[in-house]
Design a protein around this ligand. Structure first.
Ligand SMILES: [Ca+2]
Ligand SMILES: [Ca+2]
Length: 346
């Protein structure tokens, strides 16, 4: 028979060496009884310790989880609020384009001329709205030289190329750019001389591509045309437009450089004088314009000019809290309510 204390040790899964460590100081007499009580007490102590540690771990885990969930909730809330603000700013931006259309429709009902003294051309300060502001500017787009005029009915137009070459010369840019652009847009594949380029040139580039052979869609496309670079595009930007239709230039908005380029016998200094005289006294009609030109505009082609516009450029900005949206739109007003030819909201 094994002594009771050994049975107890085995029952409680205590090794013999551990048992000896526990009982080494106890006298042999009464050992069995005392050993039984001691083991129970230590086991209960161990269990309480484990339980306390488990509770602490659960509390710590719960705290970490609660903190994480609170942070996720705040993040989600901020994302929802930000998306809501952006959606509101976007709606405001689109509403700004509609506002511009309404203003231009009103103007069309009021008169047949367009100039920078009209209400639509005023630059208004930003208007406050709930938690933000909105602002927009309407600009004429028909006082500029329309690059798409270089090609008419799919064919390069020599008179328009000559006008553009005069504009290029006034801006200090090479005249070959006009020929290269005409080739880019005309529907044939025969390069004009000098300066033209068609598929033979573009397909021989390190990263080859084909000639567009169609009108331009936007000014940035010039980067693909032989001879143009960012510097020349920026130089041209204040003086040229890219319109889907060929329309006469609005003499009330044309910069002096454009007037001097389109009217063959007009010098740049004469054109600058005319632009000065135009301020506060816009041209009423083409007859008025011709009468105020040097030599009464004897070399002017009446078809090249008008005193009204169909195309307008709208830029806007809407902000709600910290979300901001910018808008750009090309509008065409040919009678009633202007239509959006192109718009970008971002
Ligand atoms: Ca008007
Ligand atoms: Ca071509």
């Amino acid at each position: 028979m094994r002594p009771d204390y050994i049975k107890l040790a085995q029952r409680d899964h205590i090794t013999l060496s551990r048992w000896r460590a526990i009982t080494c100081d106890l006298p042999a007499s009464g050992l069995s009884r005392m050993a039984s009580g001691s083991i129970r007490a230590r086991r209960e102590g161990l269990q309480r310790g484990v339980a306390i540690i488990m509770v602490m771990l659960i509390v710590a885990l719960a705290t970490v989880l609660a903190t994480y969930l609170a942070q996720q909730q705040q993040l989600w809330q901020r994302q929802v609020e930000s998306q809501f603000d952006r959606a509101q700013a976007r709606r405001l931006g689109v509403a700004g384009i509609d506002w511009a259309r309404a203003v231009l429709a009103d103007d069309a009902r009021a008169n047949n001329t367009d100039h920078d003294g009209e209400m639509w051309a005023l630059r208004l300060p930003a208007m406050p709205v709930d938690n933000g502001e909105v602002m927009g500017v309407i600009e004429d787009r028909q006082g500029l030289f329309n690059l798409n005029n270089l090609v008419r009915n799919g064919q390069s137009s020599a008179p328009d190329i000559a006008q553009f070459q005069r504009l290029l010369a006034l801006l200090g840019l090479p005249g070959e750019l006009a020929v290269a652009l005409a080739d880019w847009m005309d529907n044939d594949s025969e390069a004009q001389y000098p300066g033209g380029a068609e598929d033979v040139y573009y397909l021989s580039l390190p990263q080859p591509y084909r000639t567009a052979n169609r009108p331009l869609v936007e000014l940035g496309e010039l980067l693909r045309v032989k001879g143009f670079d960012e510097r020349s595009i920026e130089r041209l930007r204040p003086f040229v437009s890219v319109l889907p239709l060929s329309k006469p230039i609005n003499a009330n908005f044309a910069p002096a450089e454009v007037l001097a380029a389109v009217i063959p016998d007009m010098s740049l200094s004469d054109a600058r004088l005319l632009v000065q005289q135009r301020r506060g006294k816009p041209f009423k009609d083409i007859i008025d314009f011709k009468q105020r030109l040097p030599r009464n505009g004897t070399q002017m082609n009446d078809q090249d000019f008008s005193v009204s516009s169909e195309f307008f450029w709208v830029t806007g900005r809407a902000r709600v809290v910290n979300s901001q949206v910018t808008t750009q739109a090309l509008l065409q007003r040919s009678g009633g309510w202007p239509v959006v030819v192109w718009q970008n909201v971002q």
